[in-house]
Design a protein around this ligand. Structure first.
Ligand code: AMP
Ligand code: ZN
Length: 143
């Protein structure tokens, strides 16, 4: 799928909605988040419409990661950040609101009062060594 008419990020890609674009590449682009969680909060998207990371073809996946990789240091330096959280909400149950793949680059500052990425999930499960072994084996079988 290349574009979805009702997708706000596809409309940005098509130039139908304004955005504070910071980079454009073949297959990916980046713009400031309209509701920034920090100065410089940037979204990096594949230009093709897909909701989930696992649906991207190789070209989109590479373009997305390459732009994300290129921009992390640039964004941090531009706003004088000490670090950043780089994350995807991959599906509605994980908090994804815009159904077009996007990576968040959220600049972080010493003592900004925020949390590490460990804070995003629910109550941690209590897993035995056997259960952990089973999970690892199942993932390894499918990988
Ligand atoms: P998520 O919960 O990961 O789907 O986050 C969607 C993000 O997109 C939010 O941080 C919104 O502030 C941001 N957003 C929504 N619409 C726009 C827009 N038109 N331009 C820029 N950012 C947007
Ligand atoms: Zn889209």
């Amino acid at each position: 799928m290349t574009a979805a008419d009702d997708c706000v990020f596809c409309r940005i890609v098509e130039g139908e909605l304004p955005a504070r674009t910071v980079a454009e590449r073949d297959g990916a682009m980046a713009f400031l988040d309209a509701n920034p969680l920090a100065r410089g909060h940037t979204l990096v998207i594949p230009t093709a419409h897909h909701q989930h990371l696992q649906e991207l073809d190789g070209h989109s996946a590479h373009a997305l990661y390459e732009l994300l990789h290129d921009l992390v240091a640039v964004v941090e330096e531009s706003v004088g950040a000490d670090a950043s959280n780089v994350a995807f909400n991959n599906g509605p149950a994980a908090g994804q609101e815009v159904p077009h793949v996007h990576g968040h680059i959220i600049p972080r500052f010493e003592d900004d009062g925020g949390n590490p990425i460990h804070a995003v999930a629910g109550t941690p499960p209590e897993l035995s060594d056997e259960e952990l072994d089973d999970i690892a084996a199942d993932i390894a079988d499918r990988a």
